[in-house]
Design a protein around this ligand. Structure first.
Ligand code: PLP
Length: 377
């Protein structure tokens, strides 16, 4: 089954009991237990809920994975996976990473005495060089937030496999529509469902997908213990959003390709980051492991005054946190997604005060280009 058909039919999407065209919302916290000695599938919604499970199956199917584990947010998914580590373990992560992930590592893991090293993404040998005796996990995010740095998923996974290290990949930017890390050797895939998977800027959710029976059990246990479960209504909305993932990804990427090249030619723009551009370091690796470039890009203006002026003058995009919605969203990583980092930490990651992130939506691209150009003048 090809991806666009799989998005609609590749998982149970009809209610078995009634034939309804959408999975019902089982809005219940607890389930009647007729017989105390018998084991039944559902007992309490923190341990499992049929609506949430239907959504988990959908995302797992799209990622070519066996198990999906839903969380209340992307960060809840990430923290539950990272907390599989124990004191004195070591984790290697890509240097360019979502700000919230950075905070979990630096503020939380550190206080539990878990060691960490951030590496420059390319070449893959950078990862191998920092692996230690106690390295237990390797964490990738590609393309990364917000400068779209690329990690060679296959090469890094191979290095890890040889040393029996668990690999994790945040696939939020590409979604399973464009990239399938499990097929490239990764053990655990993480998504912020808040972004492209849901796609309508009305849900906060996270999901983990794996083929590994043991890791699945550990992560399910972790979710039960830590309690970051997804609500029924949000799981249902996410399932609804996923049905249009293909058309949304295609349209927003088409818009993003045009906008990247327009910004790249604009004299008021100092630099543009998007894997589609020939100037993008890692473009070759990216095209080997993904089927598209996605619709998140970032660009740098001359100075902070120009940034302020630009954000005041744009009329179509929403200005704020988040990405991956049907509407175009402009963000300011310096104080928004990466506000929790020190200035020095931000600067080593090219997150400068002049950097703007653009998540391109599905509007008419001519309108978007006209708006961006007038605001840049
Ligand atoms: C937004 C985001 C997250 C965090 O997800 P939440 O749903 O906001 O908790 C993690 N990784 C990436 C790449 C993101 O863009």
């Amino acid at each position: 089954m090809n991806i666009n058909t799989k998005i609609i039919h590749g998982y149970p999407m009809i209610d078995e009991k009634t034939g309804a065209s959408s999975i019902p919302k089982i809005q219940a916290s607890t389930f009647h237990q007729k017989d105390l000695s018998a084991t039944q599938k559902y007992t309490y919604s923190r341990f499992g809920n049929p609506t949430v499970e239907a959504m988990e199956q959908a995302v797992a199917a799209l990622e070519n994975g066996e198990f999906g584990i839903a969380f209340s947010s992307g960060v809840a998914a990430i923290s539950s996976v990272l907390l599989l580590l124990s004191a004195r373990d070591h984790i290697v992560l890509c240097q360019n990473i979502y700000g919230g992930t950075y905070q979990i590592v630096v503020n939380l893991l550190d206080s539990f005495n878990i060691e960490y090293t951030f590496v420059e993404e390319m070449p893959a040998s950078n990862w191998e060089e920092v692996i230690k005796e106690n390295t237990k996990m390797i964490y990738m995010e590609t393309p990364s937030n917000p400068t779209l740095k690329i990690t060679d998923i296959q090469a890094v996974s191979a290095i890890a496999k040889e040393k029996d290290i668990i690999t994790v990949c945040d696939n939020t930017f590409m979604t399973p529509y464009y990239q399938n890390p499990l097929d490239l050797g990764v053990d655990i895939v993480i998504h912020s469902g808040t972004k492209f998977l849901n796609g309508h800027s009305d849900v906060v959710a996270g999901i983990v997908v794996t083929n590994d029976v043991i890791q699945n059990q550990r992560i399910v246990n972790q979710r039960t213990i830590l309690g970051g479960i997804l609500g029924v209504e949000d799981a249902w909305l996410l399932m609804r959003g996923i049905k249009t993932l293909g058309v949304r990804m295609e349209r927003s990427e088409y818009n993003a390709l045009l906008i990247s090249s327009v910004l790249n030619r604009n004299d008021n723009v100092k630099k543009v980051y998007h894997p589609s551009l020939n100037s993008h370091y890692g473009r070759k690796t990216h095209t080997r492991q993904a089927r598209g470039f996605g619709s998140v890009l970032s660009f740098e203006l001359e100075n902070v005054a120009a940034v302020e002026n630009f954000l005041q003058k744009v009329t179509i995009p929403l200005v704020g946190v988040s990405l991956g919605g049907v509407e175009t969203i402009l963000s300011y990583p310096w104080s928004m997604s990466h506000g929790g980092m020190t200035e020095e930490e931000k600067m080593t990651r090219q997150v400068t005060p002049e950097l703007i992130r653009l998540s391109v939506g599905i509007e008419d691209v001519a309108d978007l280009i006209m708006d961006l150009e007038q605001a840049l003048q």
